[in-house]
Write a protein that binds this ligand. Structure first.
Ligand code: 7RM
Length: 634
């Protein structure tokens, strides 16, 4: 791939990409392997929303990730797997070995009735087989829906049912620090409510294994033993679906964001090469789980499309101690390290001695993703991990964008702490006020939108295109609205300030307030609830729940624990509120709308300046909530 090498290069590529987007993206796309060329690079409209990239072309993503590299670098390591237990053996898969495993597993999928276009749910721990599973789906043209193995049985069932998956790929257990996650038990519970699922294929990772359903479940290893070695890559139309990934929005249940084969490949491949300035033979480590978009684009597809060596880590940053990340960097001589600010902040709290204890001289580039990185964390990362030598690329993007949109290019863009800086070539951000009018000139502050399509953008939300239209293209007609607020400084640098909708970003995970409210409301004693985010030192944002109970509970602490259990049951532990406040009413307007602005202020610890409260039905409720909030945040 031809990549950007200097700032002048960047400016020229950017200019070309806006002057002639089709020629620009056609050139980028030409570096991949296509089974059939396109007859049109781009057809698009944002109103109504429809976008088609590389129409007429055929390709297979797994062929581009694997087959394409065999002749030149078949023996190079594709995946290094570092287990949870630092004493357990590392696994290394060369491009050839990964190719062989994916081929054979693709035949397992076929033997189990999977056909092109079928949906396959992947609910797995961070083991190489999760990557094999995704690539095998891509090889046979099945649409994967990876669900993060921290979601509850009910959340898993909801996602399986929304996509009507016919097959589930899973494992007996997962290892997370000193805890073992009983993955198969969660799958069993979920599948009791999933009529579309005919089969589960279960990877055995421990000698003990797990209970198996006699007709539905099959072992991964026995299926593999019966499968043929070679599976030719299925020719896919550029706009055929590649995967679905569920993500939270401001309303209702999570949406299945849909990405397609051609555009996603081009965008993940192009952005990986440029954003990390990856050099041949380097070791690259992205700490994200494959259950999130960062895991899809920058643990797996982006690196493999570029023939990179990607490190996959099963464990957690604090096991066996808070030096684990740095121990792994030293052990594998990691050159590029990509993680989330929440991990940095958490490790920061244990002190400098942990990174100081390791040889981090192999590091060349650091990355950040998932949430705004605060100045203190930026400097700690820069000084203690990068030892002042490594640029930090603060990458802003979303599940919906498929890949990085705004980020400094290491050693090319002059960085500025906390700024995602400048858009990548092909990306046209604009800031608008609440009426949708463009705010031009610098500095400026407003709602972040995109005014032109890029190959990696979502195509639809699974099974409901009107929801996609409504969510992303209706707020400001003619624009894609990100849901983020943003500042542009005097140099034209972008700084993302956070969500402006009812989405909370907890440790880099997107959680809808409505989802948490619905979960809390499942508790039989809950009459109504309202959930907001508040600033949290480590997580970025914490979850604050105001709950109205039908009767005063006999034991308030026990009731709070029950509320947390309910959220864990419906969504998963990542959505557990940090604070549960029992209230006797919520600040509602005469038309019945909750004034969340006030609840946010109280959650932030504000005691005055609530703005105009005259439209409230009962303004006295504010003082009572305020009084009850005192001391709750600990
Ligand atoms: C990649 C990912 C998307 C939301 C997005 C933002 C926030 C992500 C940054 C960021 C500030 C960043 N996908 N976000 N990256 N905010 N600076 N570098 O996280 O779909 O899970 O979340 O995350 O609010 O809209 S996501």
């Amino acid at each position: 791939m031809k990549t950007i090498r200097s700032y002048i290069d960047y400016l020229q590529h950017y200019q070309h990409s806006t002057d002639n987007p089709e020629a620009f993206w056609a050139e980028v796309a030409s570096h991949f392997r296509w089974q059939k060329p396109w007859h049109s690079v781009l057809q698009w409209s944002f109103n109504p929303y429809q976008v088609r990239w590389f129409e007429g072309a055929q390709l297979n993503l797994s062929e581009n990730c694997l087959d394409r590299h065999l002749a030149t670098q078949g023996e190079q390591t594709a995946i290094i797997w570092e287990p949870n237990d630092p004493q357990a053996p590392v696994r290394r898969l060369s491009y050839r070995e990964l190719y062989e495993q994916v081929n054979q597993f693709a035949n397992v999928l076929k033997n189990n009735g999977v056909r092109k276009g079928d949906r396959v749910c992947i609910y797995m721990p961070m083991v190489p087989e999760a990557a094999v599973a995704m690539l095998a789906c891509a090889r046979v043209g099945a649409i994967h829906s990876v669900v993060f193995a921290g979601f509850s049985a009910q959340a898993l069932a909801d996602r399986i049912n929304d996509a009507t998956c016919s097959l589930v790929l899973t494992a007996d257990v997962g290892q997370r620090g000193s805890k073992q996650l009983d993955i198969k038990a969660i799958v069993d519970e979920a599948l009791a409510a999933c009529p579309s699922v005919q089969r589960a294929i279960v990877l055995q990772t421990t000698p003990k294994g797990c209970p198996m359903h006699p007709t539905r479940d099959r072992w991964w290893h026995t299926e593999l033993a019966q499968a043929a070695a070679d599976c030719p890559p299925e020719p896919m139309e550029a706009e055929d679906m590649l995967f679905i990934l569920y993500t939270s929005g401001s309303t209702g249940k999570p949406k299945g964001v849909v990405h397609t084969c051609g555009g996603y490949m081009v965008y993940a491949g192009y952005t990986f090469a440029n954003v990390f300035q990856y050099q041949p033979a380097e070791v690259y480590w992205c700490t994200a789980d494959v259950g999130w978009i960062t895991g899809h684009s920058y643990l797996l597809y982006g690196p493999l499309l570029n023939g990179a060596t990607t490190l996959m880590f099963e464990g957690i940053p604090t096991y066996p101690d808070p030096g684990r990340f740095w121990q792994v960097c030293e052990k594998h001589r990691v050159n590029i390290f990509y993680t989330a600010p929440t991990a940095i902040r958490s490790l920061m709290s244990f002190g400098e001695k942990y990174p100081a204890a390791y040889d981090l001289s192999s590091l060349r580039v650091l990355g950040s993703v998932g949430e705004p990185i605060n100045e203190e964390a930026w400097h700690w990362y820069h000084d203690n991990v990068g030892r002042g030598r490594c640029p930090i690329t603060d990458t802003w993007w979303q599940t919906e964008t498929g890949g990085v949109m705004i980020a400094p290019l290491p050693r090319i863009t002059v960085q500025k702490p906390t700024f995602a800086t400048l858009p990548l070539p092909g990306i046209q951000p604009i800031l608008v006020d609440d009426k949708g009018h463009e705010i031009s000139g610098n500095p400026a502050e407003g709602n972040l939108c995109l005014k032109f399509p890029w190959p990696g953008m979502l195509r639809t939300t699974y099974g409901d295109h009107s929801r996609c239209q409504q969510n992303y293209f209706a707020t400001y007609p003619g624009l894609y609205f990100t849901g983020d607020g943003c500042r542009r400084d005097e140099d034209g640098y972008y700084r993302i300030t956070g969500r402006v909708d009812d989405v909370i970003n907890v440790s880099g995970h997107r959680i809808g307030t409505a989802e948490v409210e619905n979960a809390i409301n499942e508790h039989p004693m809950v009459v109504e609830s309202a959930v907001v985010g508040y600033p949290h030192d480590i997580k970025g944002q914490g979850i604050y729940a105001y709950v109205i109970c039908s009767d005063a509970p006999a034991d308030a602490d026990e009731f709070r624990r029950e509320v947390l259990r309910e959220v864990t049951r419906v969504i998963g532990p990542i959505a557990k509120p940090d604070v549960v406040q029992l209230v006797d009413g919520l600040p509602k307007t005469r038309s019945g709308k909750i004034m969340r602005r006030i609840l946010r202020k109280i959650a932030e610890g504000e005691t005055a300046n609530f703005g105009d409260t005259t439209t409230l039905l009962d303004p006295t409720v504010v003082d009572r909530i305020k009084a009850g909030a005192a001391g709750l945040r600990g």
